[in-house]
Design a protein around this ligand. Structure first.
Ligand code: GLU
Length: 500
């Protein structure tokens, strides 16, 4: 039997979680659930220079909002804890030492001034300086020092790093579930730093040690990590550990033009690239939650960035995604981010909401605008939701229910001519005759009156709508009349007669 599925999302808390990171988390979540496995979160905070304190809480809050929280993490089923790498610091040194002993790694004492100088020299020759097999034996490393000398320098407190000793002249063929066999020439790799004398491992060492100790079965992560794959693969060899399977997800591309989706694209085009709002002293970045997206809609559009189930189906619940998700159906090619399509998804989920729920959300929106009303909000949302993408749009689509128009659409006012006031006075007389003031009664009564008196439908209906709504928009006119009631309807007609 194959190993139990254990997958992880391993973010570095350097700022708000980008929507691409959320997709990585989602795909890991779906894969785990599909295979009755475990989805865990490990916080990769070894790079203290880029650490942002609020970022960790943000990550958990975002995933919780989306309904894709981990099974295991900090303070939750801590089977393989700690789940924060900064709290695992004591673990890594022995593994770095092990690589030194087995000859897979070496100490390098080069000062940063020396390395800068080498970089500059290379630049002058229009080359890039690479710390690799061609230079490591000419530099200040344990590869050319005696063991005693090396030990003495370490004991003296000299700064050092431990670098990986990349093998020479090898072609690595590594399987990626999404890309198939990926080949790497080891001569083109540099000897990455694994450990520093301040006692901290780098991302590469900590990531491999933890994926091993936490029994990770599959590494599902963004394409930007593909260049790290050969080193990671070699590290598994060096430790004599079985490597997990790898799947590198396609990039999320800008809506227009080429390249990776960035925060700049969102700012320019007015859409969020973060799940939740993110505030710093200087700026506020938009979030999908605060912009009125339903979490189900966000999950749905993210799932389709690089994956589909092979049919034309676009709307998937989380349950359905779990059932249908399959890593082998993820494409290699980048997935274009389409903010308009995302709104369409939200529109679909808004229509799916039942009217009671929607009315409650609408009530919150009305409270926010300090509008109190005794009108039937369930009825109102049922009348206007068809045109809404967001709950926040419901008010603009229905404002005329709550207040009389304060202005009249200029174009629509052309439907109001010199004969209209007199006709509208007659409409008032007729309305006053209706006892049971329901939409269907009002409609039948007024239409009969128009037919009997040979009055053209448009001559009455359009000016009437203009009087009540201020424009030629909105749902069925008689529904509006019933909703606002006889008194208010007449008041608005009178106001229009006085104004237009
Ligand atoms: N800490 C890395 C990140 O920030 C994890 C990459 C990986 O999944 O290996 O995305």
């Amino acid at each position: 039997m194959s190993k139990p599925v254990r997958v992880r999302f391993a973010p570095s808390p350097t700022g708000p979680l980008h929507i691409g990171g959320v997709r990585t988390a989602l795909f890991n979540y779906l894969f785990a659930k599909k295979h009755d496995g475990t989805f865990y979160i490990r916080i990769e905070d070894t790079d203290q220079t880029r650490f942002v304190a609020e970022a960790e809480a943000y990550i958990f809050e975002a995933l919780e909002w989306l309904g894709i929280s981990p099974d295991e993490t900090i303070n939750k089923n801590e089977k393989f804890g700690p789940y924060r790498q900064s709290e695992r610091k004591a673990i890594y040194k022995q593994y770095a030492d092990q690589l030194i002993k087995s000859g897979w790694a070496y100490y390098a004492f080069d000062s940063s001034e020396k390395l800068d100088e080498l970089r500059k020299l290379a630049e002058e020759e229009k080359k890039t300086f690479i710390y690799n097999h061609t230079v490591r034996e000419n530099l200040d490393t344990s590869l050319v020092l005696s063991i005693e000398e090396t030990e003495k320098r370490i004991a003296n407190g000299e700064h050092y790093v431990i670098r990986f000793k990349t093998p020479v002249n090898e072609t690595l063929e590594i399987n990626d579930i999404i890309r198939g066999t990926v080949k790497f020439d080891t001569n083109l790799l540099d000897d990455k730093v694994l450990f520093k004398s301040d006692g901290m491992p780098t991302y590469h060492l900590a990531n491999i040690v933890d994926d091993h100790l936490m029994e990770t079965s599959h590494v599902i992560r963004g394409e930007e990590w593909l260049p790290s794959l050969p080193l990671h693969y070699l590290l598994y060899q060096a430790f004599n550990w079985e490597a997990p399977e790898f799947a590198h997800l396609p990039l999320i591309l800008k809506p227009i033009g080429n390249g990776k989706l960035s925060k700049r694209d969102g700012d320019k085009m007015g859409f969020p690239v973060f799940p939740l709002e993110w505030k710093t002293a200087e700026t506020t970045s938009m979030g999908y939650r605060e912009n009125g997206f339903f979490p189900e809609a966000v999950v749905n559009f993210l799932a389709l960035l690089g994956w589909n189930d092979g049919t034309e189906q676009e709307i998937f619940s989380l349950e359905e995604l779990i059932q249908k998700f399959d890593l082998s159906r993820i494409h290699k090619a980048g997935a274009k981010f389409d903010p308009d399509k995302n709104k369409w998804f939200n529109h679909q989920y808004l229509q799916k909401q039942n009217n009671e729920n929607l009315a409650e959300l609408f009530k919150i929106e009305l409270d926010r605008r300090a509008i109190s009303t005794s009108l039937d909000l369930i009825k109102i949302v049922s009348l206007v939701k068809e045109r809404a993408n967001f709950v926040t749009e419901l008010y603009d689509l229905s404002d005329y229910f709550f207040e009389a128009p304060t202005s009249y659409d200029e174009k629509a006012s052309k439907n109001w001519n010199s004969a209209t006031p007199e006709l509208m006075q007659k409409v008032i007389v007729e309305l006053n005759k209706i006892e049971d003031f329901t939409s269907i009664n009002i409609e039948t009564f007024l239409k009969e009156w128009m037919t009997q008196n040979g009055i053209g439908m448009g001559k009455v209906m359009q000016p009437l709508r203009l009087s009540l709504v201020g424009a030629l928009k909105g749902p069925h006119l008689f529904d509006i009349i019933e909703m606002i009631g006889k008194e208010e309807t007449i008041k608005r007609i009178e106001k229009a007669i006085g104004t237009l």
